[in-house]
Design a protein around this ligand. Structure first.
Ligand code: APR
Length: 320
């Protein structure tokens, strides 16, 4: 059987990490695309030379030509500008919208059958715009945010309760940003609801609220520390989990930015929800029951996403 092909649009910090992870896992041959000349080629060469040491068989190439992504099974998009300290994800909108247009057109022309995972921020708006510009079916274009946000939530909870991260099943809904909705009622420590675990461990409700708040601002905390860019290890590994679910038809239930039309009272919007990823792409969106508070928080979050979509439509007449 021929190897799968994975195209990475954007060969920066996340793109390079994605290439390394995908190669190590022998997910397929990898094409790194970037507008910067020489950089994707240089990174590809460096990464290819990991092969003999790590023992993986994967062809890794770098390119500045969209024609080289032809026939890709999975495309992961990180092209754009990352957040700088003090910059909100929304400040990025204008710059990255133009990038999504170029990338969407490239995918449409050369890899229209791919499963496309968008990571570029502001995520919920960029994945929507990328879908619009590429014209691919909604179930084949998805955004990576929830896997990362839940991983952040799970990390902080595991630290607080002093338990293994493997046993924390964290649940996050809504847009990727300060309005995301960590759903504690669906978050468990191996089946034990967070509220119960907090009582057992003597952790106060306000401490859980602090953890929720830290999760919401998790990206910004890292930006503030790095000073020259944003997080890349955890975003990359989160997108790889989604790509594996598609390539392996795993039917995993993962929190992702999926197109929701009807469920959660939404009318054609990309937002973070639990969804089933298998060979059909996004095969289903799972609608969970929310408390009144959670529903209100989700509404705040989706309103913020809708505002961004309006801003995108004002910036580019093709989206109106
Ligand atoms: N086409 C292709 N690549 C592009 C384009 C474009 N039109 N515009 C910019 N790029 C490339 C840059 O040359 C750079 O190599 O995108 C890459 C982005 O890499 P980094 O700046 O290292 O950013 P990274 O940390 O990888 O984050 C990428 O993911 O989490 C989000 O907010 C983050 O939007 C940002 C994205």
């Amino acid at each position: 059987m021929a190897r799968k092909k994975i195209a990475l649009i954007g060969a920066g910090m996340i793109g390079g990490t994605l290439a390394h992870l995908a190669a190590k896992a022998e997910m397929g041959d990898i094409v790194l695309f970037d507008i910067a000349e020489g950089m994707p080629q240089g990174k590809a060469l460096d990464l290819a030379q990991c092969g003999p040491v790590e023992g993986f068989d994967a062809k890794i190439t770098g390119t500045n030509d969209y024609a080289d992504i032809a026939g890709a099974d999975v495309v992961i998009v990180t092209a754009g500008v990352p957040r700088k300290p003090g910059m909100s994800r929304d400040d990025l909108l204008g710059i990255n919208l133009k990038v999504m247009k170029a990338v969407g057109e490239g995918i449409k022309a050369h890899a229209p059958d791919a499963f496309v995972i968008c990571i570029t921020n502001p995520l919920d708006a960029m994945v929507w715009a990328l879908r619009e510009f590429s014209g691919l079916p909604h179930n084949k274009v998805v955004g990576m945010a929830g896997v990362l946000d839940s991983a952040r939530f799970a990390t902080f909870l595991a630290w607080e309760f002093d338990v293994s991260v493997k046993d924390v099943n964290a649940f996050v809904l809504g847009g990727h940003g300060d309005t995301m909705v960590p759903v504690t009622s669906y978050t468990t420590i191996n089946g034990i609801p967070v509220k119960d675990m907090a009582k057992i461990k003597g952790v106060s409700e306000s401490r859980i609220d602090e953890i929720v708040d830290r999760t919401r601002k998790g990206g910004g905390e890292i930006v503030g520390l790095l000073k020259t860019g944003s997080a890349y290890y955890a975003p990359a590994t989160s997108a790889i989990a989604m790509a594996k679910a598609y390539l392996g038809d795993q039917k995993r239930v993962l929190p992702v930015a999926a197109y929701v039309d009807g469920k959660y009272g939404l009318d054609g919007l990309y937002v973070g929800v639990p969804a089933v990823i298998g060979a059909g792409g996004i095969e289903d969106v799972v609608e969970i029951t929310l408390s009144d508070d959670e529903r209100a928080n989700l509404k705040t979050s989706t309103d913020a996403v809708e505002e961004l979509l309006e801003a995108c439509k004002n910036l580019d007449g093709d989206l109106a």
